[in-house]
Design a protein around this ligand. Structure first.
Ligand SMILES: [Zn+2]
Ligand SMILES: [Zn+2]
Length: 277
């Protein structure tokens, strides 16, 4: 390990082993993250959650196989950028210090929250851009092949979209000193939120009024609507960008209330059966 305070010469013979190591970690993160959500929500608790299923139909096995394949391709791209982070640290451009407590736990909390909030902004705007008809086919078509998503859709991206997503981390780490623990938690949070957002069951808590209990967070219905009718709901973790930019689906709260089988604001929501599209 090089001294973080001294610029070091990049050890080229370490590049490939580092890449291989990151591929292992990221493959595990995807398979465990998407796998745990799939097993828990879509298999073990599926019956219990039946009353919160968003669509009538479930994703097919063929679709899920394709999603796993394209997501593992994404892992290779993510790992390339992970290796870039390692290389930038080796040459002293990134300050990834090794003790989370080194700058105090207040900074650690700020660090983690900032990584997530900035990633949400990055995702919203890049996501909106790649929905431009001139870019959609080249950048975002693979993800939207999953019209009815599953947890395995989480990283089902075109290579170009995977690169746009992954470049966020080295960029933000150049401007924000971060601890490996904050980065680790950020990555696992991203994985789980992504898998949950595609799981097809509204697992977020609701109020008696039929509204989301945490309306500032994107729910499963929020992102499910994006797959059902793209052109709305570009946000990843939070709803504030969609609300500020008026891109939230006008029927979002109605669809959420339908998904949790509650009347919206005390009024009847009509058919209380699943079915977003
Ligand atoms: Zn999209
Ligand atoms: Zn999606």
């Amino acid at each position: 390990m090089t001294d973080p305070h001294m610029p070091a010469i990049l050890a080229l013979d370490q590049v490939l082993p580092t890449y291989a190591h990151i591929v292992q970690f990221d493959t595990l993160r995807y398979l465990l993250g998407a796998g745990i959500v799939f097993l828990l929500v879509n298999v073990v608790l599926a019956r219990w959650l039946e009353g919160r299923k968003i669509r009538v139909k479930s994703p097919t096995a063929t679709q899920m196989r394709r999603e796993v394949f394209t997501s593992l391709r994404t892992v290779l791209v993510f790992s390339f950028f992970g290796t870039t982070i390692w290389a930038l640290r080796e040459i002293g451009l990134i300050d990834v210090y090794w003790e989370a407590s080194e700058r105090g736990w207040a900074y650690f909390a700020f660090n983690l929250v900032a990584l997530i909030v900035l990633h949400d902004a990055w995702f919203y705007w890049t996501h909106r851009i790649i929905h431009d008809p001139r870019l959609f086919r080249r950048f975002h078509r693979t993800h939207h092949k999953s019209h009815n998503p599953s947890p395995w859709t989480a990283y089902s991206f075109d290579i170009s979209e995977a690169a746009i997503n992954a470049v966020y981390l080295p960029l933000v780490l150049i401007i924000m000193p971060s601890s490996p623990l904050a980065i680790f938690l950020f990555l696992w949070h991203m994985m789980f939120r992504n898998a949950l957002g595609h799981c097809g069951y509204e697992i977020f808590p609701s109020l008696r009024s039929g509204r989301p209990a945490m309306d500032w967070m994107t729910s499963v219905t929020h992102h499910d609507l994006h797959h059902a009718q793209s052109g709305w709901n570009y946000g990843l973790y939070f709803t504030w960008w969609d609300r500020m930019m008026e891109t939230e689906h006008p029927l979002y709260h109605e669809k959420f209330a339908q998904a949790v089988r509650k009347p919206l604001d005390g009024s009847a929501v009509g058919a209380r059966r699943p079915g977003v599209a």
